[in-house]
Every structure is written in C-alpha cells, then in structure tokens.
Design a protein around this ligand. Structure first.
Ligand code: GNR
Ligand code: NI
Length: 189
C-alpha cells in the first residue's frame, strides 16, 4: 500500500470525466487499496480516483459515525440506478476543496450499482450521509465538485482563496519555510 497525493482545486484533472474500468484486476485493486490508505490518512469518509490523479471510475468509502457505520466499500463503475423524489441538504466538504464547507441539496436516498473489489456486481440502498457521500464521489468521476452545486459567486470566492493559499504555500516552500512541509490537508469532516 502507498499514500498518493490528493489534488486540490483548481486542477484541470478534477474537471475531467473518468473512464469505466473494464476489469477489476490486480492493478485496480492496488489503486483501491492505495486510495483507502490515502483516505484514512487525510482523513476523509470517501475518495474518488480522479482526486489522486487517476481517471478511472473507482471510489472508496468508509463512514464510522454514531448514526452511520458502513465500509470500507470499494466501488468500480458506480452508477445511481434509483433516486428519491425527496431531497436532503447536507453541509459538504471535500479533500480537494480543503477548509471550505457548503450546504448541498441532493436526493435523500439513492440506490447505487457497482462492481466490488472482487469484480462482483452489487447494489446498495443508501440514505443519510452515505447517500450524500456516494453522490459526491460519483460526481468526482464526472468532473463535478460540490462547489459546482452552489452559487457561482460562492464558488469563485472559494476557488480564488484556494489559488491564493496554494501560491503562498509554493512561495513558502521556495523560501524553505518548514510550515510548507506540514500536513497538506485539513480533514474534510
Ligand atoms: O471526507 C469527506 N467528507 C464529506 C462530508 C460531507 C459530504 C461529503 C464528504 S466526502 C469528503 C471526502 C471527499 O472529498 N471525497 O471526495
Ligand atoms: Ni470530494
């Protein structure tokens, strides 16, 4: 297992559509295992392959909260096959949008179909935080971030701040400041 670097917005790779996995082989399982380790290290409750610069439709999830305990889950080619009419609002964060949080409205319940780590097709009915997280991760596979669901004004403000923070970090690193080597990510949860 190995840690991979999490990309942060704005990064053109986060805007791309990822490609379906043709076979859940050893290489895909390696990607899944590395992603899980990277997600736990961050820490986060989900991670999509494009966040580590790999444009394949792969997602990992692990939620361990009072009200929701599920995972670790490994998904290749996840797709929503049913969604409730009822919506739910959840304050979302993202490891690729560090230190910013916004309310996002999505269907309250979804059914997701995917291939598991053994290449077996599965269907999972999701509600609550799991439903939110599954939709957030599938969005990543289509080049969509949670900030694409909020107002352009808020989105552009966040993107400007992220760019500014990155430039300051690059400048500090060039100056040899030790802070620049500190943990790259604030937890998304
Ligand atoms: O760790 C994460 N927490 C979170 C909280 C609310 C809604 C979605 C998420 S997913 C996020 C990790 C992440 O960026 N996954 O892509
Ligand atoms: Ni995310």
């Amino acid at each position: 297992m190995a840690l991979r670097t999490i990309l942060t917005a704005p990064d053109p790779r986060l805007k791309k559509k990822s490609l379906p996995v043709t076979d859940v082989d050893a290489d895909v399982r390696q990607l899944m295992d590395d992603m899980l380790e990277t997600m736990y290290d961050a820490p986060g409750i989900g991670l999509a392959a494009p966040q580590v610069g790999d444009l394949r439709r792969v997602v990992v999830l692990h939620i361990d909260r009072e009200d929701t305990k599920v995972g670790p889950l490994f998904m290749a080619n996840p797709e929503i096959v049913a969604a409730s009419d009822e919506d739910a609002t959840y304050e979302e964060g993202c490891l690729s949008v560090p230190e910013h949080y916004s309310d996002v409205v999505r269907p309250a319940r979804v059914t997701v179909r995917y291939l598991d780590r053994d290449g077996q097709q599965q269907e999972l009915a999701c509600e609550g935080l799991l439903a939110t997280c599954v939709q957030h991760e599938i969005d990543h596979l289509d080049g969509i971030l949670f900030i694409d669901h909020i107002s352009a004004l808020k989105r552009n403000m966040i993107l400007r701040k992220l760019l500014k923070a990155r430039k300051e970090k690059e400048r500090d690193a060039a100056d040899g400041k030790p802070e620049a080597k500190a943990k790259e990510h604030a937890p998304a949860i």
